[in-house]
Design a protein around this ligand. Sequence first.
Ligand code: ADP
Length: 594
Amino acid sequence: MADSNKNYSQFRTKVLKILLVIGVIPLLIISVVHLVTVVKTRLENVSELQLQVLQGTSEKIRRYLDQKTDVFNLVIELTPVPKNISEASLSSLNFLIGGLKEEAGDVKEISFIDRDGQEIVKREGGENSTSLVLENVAGREDFQTTIEGVDYFGPINFTSEGPLMRIASQIENREKEAIGIISAEINLELLEEVISKVKVGSQGFVYLIDGEGNLIASSNKNFARPGQNLSQISLIEDTLKNKIHEGKSLEDIYKNSLGDRVIFAAAPVGGIKWFLISEWPWRDAFSVVETLIRGTLVIIVAALSLIMILSLFMARWVVKPVEILGKGADEISKGNLDYRINIKTGDELEKLGSRFNKMIKVLKENQELRDEFVFIAAHELRTPVTVINWYLEMILNGNFGKVEREMKKALDTVDSSNRRLIKLVQDLLEVARSEAGKMEIKVEPVLIGDNIKEVLKGLERLAAEKKIQLIYQELDKTTKAMADAFKLKEVISNLVDNAIKYAIKPGKITINHEIKDNFLITNIKDEGMGISDDNIKKLFTKFFRVKNRETQDIEGTGLGLFICKEIVERMKGKIWAKSQLGKGSTFSFSLPSA
Ligand code: ADP
């Protein structure tokens, strides 16, 4: 039974595994796809948002710079048309400078330079502007760039006053001819103001770097100081080489100097070799995703638990009919032909269950027929064998005249065979009665000791013939058990008779008792041939006999122990045996104490 239970649990585990695979794998695939999509979509959104901020800010910077160059893009409307700014009067240029400074604001220094690179007027910014020493700057970069017609934005000089940058533009006459340049050093502090207000998400920030990787301005004051060179950061190094990072891949996530893992995105500022960079802490950018993932995980765990519970139930549900069928088969093999299988699944398994039941019914009918046959045969045999027995006894007693020695020998053999026949008929009748439920048993408190002593008395001669001593260790003369005295004697007689029959050498048979859980146990211990473990299991079944060299000459029906079992069980007790091959056996039976 334990074995078959194990089999069902294996089957159940198998069904459970299949159900789990069917339920869990799609769920996991869906979840993973969902999470990957969420992360990817968010990454795209994040980079889009970052780029939008960068582009917006970049336009603002561009506007700021354009505004400066617009101011400096001068057309001198003098007549006669000058070919060189040096032809203009100093007073008019001074007046112009005043106006320009006001318009451009944040001007640190401003100068007019003629076509030959000679400074004509030069002023420092501020309220009390001063004239400075005039020089020839024909070799200077701002002059060389601007005279070619290209606006000049110089490198940034980071000073305590703020980041200073030189801007230069061409001056034209009415006929659009270059007549000189205007060069000014402006303070980019105002640019800082523009940038300082920019935010990405709630914790992201932007900063502006020049073509060397120097920080011009940042919206996070803790990140770096203006003027600090950041080109050693590999993502910035890439940016400077124009390998722009748009924050679209996970490679753009790096741990910045503040120890935050941030999404890095960069955009160039048009027309000038500056770059605007944004760093958005990963946790901030993905906080939405985190909440979503957490939500999804809760759902997954809930769904998994549900699948587990449902699978467990379903596995049980699927295996249940198989278990019922298995139990039915076990019961049939135990000989319980009254067992009926009850499966209500409305499918093939239910049909299989009813086929099983039909099969049991047929088996039962066959068995009943066979039992009836055995009963009738045994019953019909009983009278002739009994008559033979009487006549034999009378003949051997000399009632019909003297019996010669040779004749007596032959009649003795007939007598012993007839006795065996009588025993067989008695056993068969007993078995048939028991199986038909007709075994008459009347349970009452009986003195066990008296019954055992009576049986032992009857077997003394048989034991003595085999030089076997019968020892009875009586518990107490008043010990009583609930039993049918007649049937109890049959059980004891069978067991002691066997102990004598299967002895291989002179020795002893000991009978004793124990009391356990309100049951009186009787043990019959012999020193006989013993029984192997394999055979012990079959001992109490009908017609079972151990077949080996030692037992081949011993006569018997194989019904004695079966009858003992039937009787003991009818008296609400149990019977069992323990044995060691070659050393002896102990047969025990229990009966309710009285
Ligand atoms: P039998 O008529 O053959 O004795 P039983 O049902 O009484 O039938 O016993 C079944 C078998 O169990 C016997 O054939 C014998 O092999 C074995 N057996 C029974 N009792 C003993 C015992 N005390 N020692 C060894 N073998 C035994």
